[in-house]
Ligand binder design. Sequence first.
Ligand code: FE
Length: 144
Amino acid sequence: MPADERVWVPQAPGVWFRPLLLNTVSGGWCNLLRVRKSGVLSRHRHPMVVVGYVIKGRWRYLEHDWVAETGSFVYEPPGEIHTLTVPDDCTEMITFFNISGAMIYVDERGDPVGYEDVWTKIEMCRRHYASVGLGASYVDRYVR
Ligand code: FE
């Protein structure tokens, strides 16, 4: 957990990520996802594998009956579409994710509406770190 709040990069209202590794060699990234709102965050698909570990709080995918609790290990198989939701009684969730490849955001029909990869993540970090006074090059420490 960073001592400096500015290390958290805003992703959406109530949602932040904190980069740990932005891997331009294999194409992917590791980050902490922090959510301080409830409800649906996103529906998405990964072309490659994702693993995660829940550090705080709880969340679930609408498509599954299991709940990711504090201490849970999460495996997301390539190709699966899932809808991340945080329950009303969870004020903050923090999860470590190791994401290979990309996040492909989809609508209710499963059609693509956007994507993120290591390059869009680096750009988001650059813009944010420049705007909060850490400097655009602050992100470089996470890039390999
Ligand atoms: Fe996912």
